[in-house]
Design a protein around this ligand. Sequence first.
Ligand code: PMP
Length: 423
Amino acid sequence: MSLQSRSADEIRTLHAEMEQAYAALQQAGLTLDLTRGKPSPDQLDLASALLEEPGQDFRDSAGTDTRNYGGLVGNADLRATFGPLMGVPPEQVVAGDNASLAIMHDLVVFGLLKGVVGSPRPWGEEDEVVFLCPAPGYDRHFAICEQYGITMRAIEMHDDGPDVEAVRREVADPAVKGMWIVPTYANPTGAVVSDEVATALAQMPTAAPDFRIFWDNAYAVHHLTEERTPTADILGLCERAGHGDRPFVLASTSKITFAGSGVSFFGASADNVAWYTGLIGKRTIGPDKVNHLRHARLLPDAEAVHAHMDGHRAILAPKFAAVQEILQDRLGGHDVATWTDPAGGYFVSLDVPDGTASRVVALAKEAGIALTPAGASFPHGHDPRDRNIRIAPSFPSMADLRAAMEGLATCVLLAATEQRLDA
Ligand code: PMP
């Protein structure tokens, strides 16, 4: 029965039950963590062959000694493997070091200091620079904007991507220079940008001549079902619309091989790539080619990447299923929350009654269950409805995950009944 339709007495009874359950939870002395989307140790083991490579065979397929300086755009074999997965011709892909976040950071800083291709002047010389931020979204995107004084405007995130009408309205403002998007299995909702939404974003006129879409395809191949959902071809769509320089495409192997020691990728139009390599050529003599080579050996082609991801799916899918099972079992009957059931990626996005997310997170913390701070998935960490909680099921063991989810459900019901009794 929904909480709304229960009598005050019934709510008091449920509240008392939840208080008891919560007291038991506190006594259990848990230390559980659902905060960040980190791969679990058994996922990292899938790539442990990397630790043996390249051994003494340190020349790449072109005969280059990977131990030395040079090769700014990165290993050609790896670019040939990941280009098609990113929807970018390999010659327009740059393979970098271990973090695509670092590339995104640099792209923003380069934009501010130097301007991008087509900028009338560096973004930093504008009165105001605005980025559109589909929300809930990835907190570290927003943190980059916050760091550099970029105004963030939240855009509602739908199941098929950002609210296109809102985006169209916003880009009529010349101050809007950029937009974040995680096109496939978005962090945290799992939404996938549809071809229609991608087409609209590619075609829309923008007041700024140098508007950029940061197409962060961090979860391009991270399927949780047998269906390999393709990502919309943003580069092709933009080219055909006459806006070929609009997208910056990002990806990495962080959640394919080793989260801290993977390879990042930047893909874009030939002009954008020339602009980017011109700038990074001043900050590095070349990427970690030894790491590139061992990755090229582990993942020789796109099929090898998919086969490797099947191994991740075998570990992750049961965890995501457990999250669904416990949420449905504990909360489904009360109509107090909604949550996503993603077909890929690393997160489940839980919406609790408005005004209770911070309370749920605080209750969970007191009971030894660490959750991402409420509001983290919104610009400046502020969820205007205080209702969204991001769940990251990958890292804990199955037993810990189940215990944490049961505890979280208790906290949701305790906070919801508290609110009803206060009302
Ligand atoms: N983008 C998104 C959407 C992510 O969720 C993450 C990791 N949590 C990253 C980028 C970070 O990627 P990298 O490790 O390549 O910096």
